[in-house]
Ligand binder design. Sequence first.
Ligand code: TXA
Ligand code: MG
Length: 326
Amino acid sequence: MNVGLKTQIVPVDEAALVAAAHVLAQGGLVAFPTETVYGLGADAANPVAIARLYQAKGRPSFNPLIAHVFDLKAAQRIGRFDAPALALAEAFWPGPLTLVLPKTRDCAVADLATAGLDTVAIRVPAHKVARQILRAFGGAVVAPSANLSGHVSSTTALHVQSDLEGRIDLIIDGGPVEVGVESTIVGCFETPKLLRPGGVPRDGIERVLGHALEQPAPDAVKPLAPGILGSHYAPRSRLRLNAESIEAGEALLAFGPAMPKGADGAKAVMNLSTRGDLVEAAANLFSYLRALDSRAARAIAVMPIPQDGLGEAINDRLRRAAMGRE
Ligand code: TXA
Ligand code: MG
């Protein structure tokens, strides 16, 4: 756990921005203001930093995260823009709009941050401090709202402190935020869909698109709703969870130093963490699942993962991935 870290709280100045960029580059966690709510930032390309971020928030599951970038050019390096996406970006960025787009081929955002999906959520924030940090750091920063899982989003540095003190490295205090609700999320991977209402009102988006946003029936909202059904990674291979031994033709997703019976005959073996470290395991989870999935095995046998710490989130995602095939 990150608990026990000394969390520094600093007012915004030149030194604070340099420190923020430095902590991010080292794989640390920095809370900073955006115009919507305070975000808890980590280097989007560093899976271990992202695993620590989920741990610090106490998330029971790995919801995909928003990658924050400095400008449209940086956004185009990680997401593929169609015409509606480009129109929305030009109208509302920088600002409280997040676009979910297909990943580019060399998208540098870690699989753990997108929860193994082929899409990536991108936002160019408008807040001066957020922008200064993004410029100083140079890369994409994933940032969920800076609160403990299940708590409301933080709109002041004090809220952040009361939730995350001792769990993160640095809090940049830029005063209270303006919008107070999270960004609007629009999915632009097929017909544009409103995935989450937020800081940019629906009618503004419809005006730019020139037509009404698809209005999913209340029941259909759930599968579209981020982080719930429909936005989880489903491998083609069947997943066999809590495997104590390996059957012929299976690939093995291992955890810890001890190998199960039959492991020698496995079609492929990847170990989430040979030393049984759950942070390391979380960091590797989605890339290893993808790698094993490409081996066309009869099934992917997954060794039992302990339920403590990040294990709960790992098991949650494994269960969802397994369900996709039933
Ligand atoms: O205003 C905001 O958006 C704030 C500030 C800090 O930028 N951030 C924020 O992040 O609200 P978070 O993690 O609390 O919410 C991100 C939402 C989640 O509901 C997640 O499921 C969704 O974005 N999301 C991220 N990537 C997605 C994807 N590829 N497909 C669908 N939904 C996605
Ligand atoms: Mg949130």
